[in-house]
Design a protein around this ligand. Structure first.
Ligand code: ZN
Length: 136
């Protein structure tokens, strides 16, 4: 599958408003996009670090996967997932499946920034949630 780069690192936060100034400082840049992804019940804020982005994720309701992650993490935010940029998410999924990796998404769907995305099951990837991203 040969990912070209780490597209983004997803970080769960309890409050975008409180966290954004920290990331403005750390990345030396302003947030360039805030977007709500209804499908995933999250509000996202993006920062750039070279070719890689930092995606801050805030839950929009108690049923959000981010709300559950924060609850499991003792009420704190933390690194939630790592996203690889691939040429084709469908092909990368096929390859992962053939290698016996469990998939969360069996086919690509739309994520933030209109990217085609899919998640792998962390049980198959050392407890780390991995995402494939494909530029639209
Ligand atoms: Zn992501």
């Amino acid at each position: 599958m040969r990912p070209s780069h780490v597209e983004h690192i997803g970080i769960a936060v309890t409050s975008l408003e409180e966290t954004m100034p920290v990331f403005e400082l750390l990345t030396g840049s302003k947030c360039y996009s805030i977007e709500e992804v209804a499908d995933q019940k999250v509000k996202t804020a993006f920062f750039k670090v070279g070719e890689t982005k930092i995606e801050l994720l805030e839950a929009t309701c108690a049923e959000s996967p981010i709300a559950k992650f924060i609850e499991k993490n003792g009420g704190r935010g933390g690194v939630h997932h790592i996203a690889f940029n691939v040429e084709s998410v469908a092909e990368a999924l096929e390859e992962a499946k053939k290698a016996g990796i469990r998939l969360i998404d069996v086919q690509p769907r739309k994520g933030a920034e209109n990217l085609n995305i899919a998640f792998l099951h962390p049980k198959s990837t050392c407890g780390v949630l991995f995402e494939f991203c494909e530029q639209p």
